[in-house]
Design a protein around this ligand. Sequence first.
Ligand SMILES: NC(=O)c1ccc[n+]([C@@H]2O[C@H](COP(=O)([O-])OP(=O)(O)OC[C@H]3O[C@@H](n4cnc5c(N)ncnc54)[C@H](O)[C@@H]3O)[C@@H](O)[C@H]2O)c1
Length: 664
Amino acid sequence: MAIERVTVIGAGDMGHGIAELFAVNGFQVTLVDKFPQALEKAQARISSSLDKLVEKGRVTKEQAEDAKSKLVYSADLGSGVSAADLVVEAVPESVDLKKGVLREASASAPSGAIFASNTSNIRISDLAEATDRPQRVVGMHFFNPPMVMKLVEVTPGTKTDPAVAQEVFDLCGKLGRTPVRVLKDSPGFIVNRINAADTLFFCLLLDREVASPSEVDTFARGQGLPMGPYELLDFVGVDVGADSLAYFASALSAEYGKGTTFAKMVKEGRLGKKTGRGFYDWSKGKAEIPKADPTDKVSIMDIFALEINESVKLIEEGVATPDDIEKGVVLGMNRPFGPISVARDLSSAEVEAKLEELSAKYECGVFAPARSIAEGRLRDAIEGRIHPTQGREAPVAESNAAPSTVAQRAIRLERLDGGVAKIVIDRPRLNLINGDVLDGLDGILTDLWNDREIRAIIVTGEGTVFSAGFEMTKFVSSAAGMMEFARKGERTMRRLSEIPKLTIAVLKGYALGGGLELALSCDLRLATEDAELRFPELTRGLVPAWSGTQRLGRLVGLSRASAMILACESVTGSRAHEMGLVNRLLLGGDPDGQAVRYAKELASSEAPVAVMLAKKLLNKGAEVPMDVGLEMEEMAAGVLFGTEDLKEGISAFLGKRKPEFKGK
Ligand SMILES: NC(=O)c1ccc[n+]([C@@H]2O[C@H](COP(=O)([O-])OP(=O)(O)OC[C@H]3O[C@@H](n4cnc5c(N)ncnc54)[C@H](O)[C@@H]3O)[C@@H](O)[C@H]2O)c1
């Protein structure tokens, strides 16, 4: 049966918009509300919205008139639903109220009519119970305002006929919306489940007096958000946040009941804009936000970690696929990117550490790492390689192959003889550095850090190119994402610069941007004559942010660094050698082979502990006043005095033989 006649029950913020959307798309619509004033207001809102659409040229005058003529307003639910093919319920978010309305509609609607609920959070199966047709009840969650927001979450209840869910899914397309499938009926579906963790976090922040609303909102606006979380809650209604936490506490986990501030505000009538006062004073129609410094007690990573955590739980529970979660957050929360693309650039360990910190600090189980994150399988989860419902692994072959190939494809470690290791960036296009390369490099550095066999490390790229820089992913397409990506890269570069071994970069082909920064973080740089070294960042609206602005000047002086960074001057390997940026030229082919021979030579002739201390003295010494550096130098000499390597060095020198250092 084709859906032609639609009845929307509840003519409030959502109901009037849903009714308008159906009417504009050619459906015959009856809008029902218990209160005649609500119907009058809805009619006026729809009329004014249609006029605006005409003004903006989005619909013609005829289409607007046609939509108006397709709308009927009724205060009588029974007659309002009597001819409906589809009933969309949009009354306030109360289980009992919604059940009552659906029960009443059951009595009068045609037996074949589909019932859809626009509930934000409530399980569809719980609402379906109240009807005479649970197999024809489905969640159809529009976002506010329905005429603008493209997302609709379509949720079947446990008894819903899959054909009915599919029909509603297809219907969304006819309305010009983008539907996502909620695969399992679960409180808050996708977007509001993710949102609930944020809401709880912002409630607990106030409970614990970690920061004030204005400090947090100032911070959030500084991150590029149009409104901070508390201003937004005031705007939507503090009661909406409090009710949703209460519902999650009853339906999902008692841990959601840990926050108290929002419920207290509701008791005091501080609901935000609608009562004139919430976190802020709204008596003049907009929030009076006191001037405040942005808080440093909250980081964007807190929010990313919480949202990634909820996303992973949704995947583990089989509620949604990673793609639909990403789509849902982007379209439903108006974000430039979603938690799945953020997670792609982070390691399990990083997210787990943040979540452990938050769950301990706020004593809240909701923030504890999801199982896959705790097991170090974040990537498997977001790439769909875990079985839903238990969060267990996918078929063995797949899960065995996946985690290592990701890292292997991006970067690999080769242990050579003679105390040398080779780190090779291996990406399909110009060895661009992405999150996988950084994660892989970080892991390799951890592996090598205390490995006494390895004394020198070569950093190179597969093939003829070192690395043409970092790869722009969706994750770095916003200020907040960029900041995190910069931090992650800078931290990895710093670890490379601090590893207590000799590090040698092999510059060939291109060493651009992030690739050049990787080379600057090594102790020595070897290059082919024609290698191209360049910082293109400023021409793309960026700055070198993986320590390039700091390291280059220290290596070649401010004037030359300015030429390369501010004037984007490209230098060849030869020129870089003249400048002192490159320590040796690799002439006559096989740059990697030459570098390995050089590394072996150094590894076999230098005392490892002395290398470690000399590195510290050079790098840290450059950051402290000279007298402090000199003190450090004296102490290093003292430390070396007791080493076996010093004795071996002196004895080999006197005996005119090659020393055999043990690193002790
Ligand atoms: N506002 C949002 O941002 C938003 C977004 C997505 C989903 N939702 C969900 O949509 C639903 C409606 O929310 P809203 O913001 O439009 O609420 P609202 O309060 O603006 O509107 C609800 C309407 O329902 C009417 N109503 C109340 N009892 C009724 C009854 N027994 N019979 C008929 N009409 C009745 C009210 O008069 C009112 O006009 C809720 O389930 C909410 O969770 C809201």
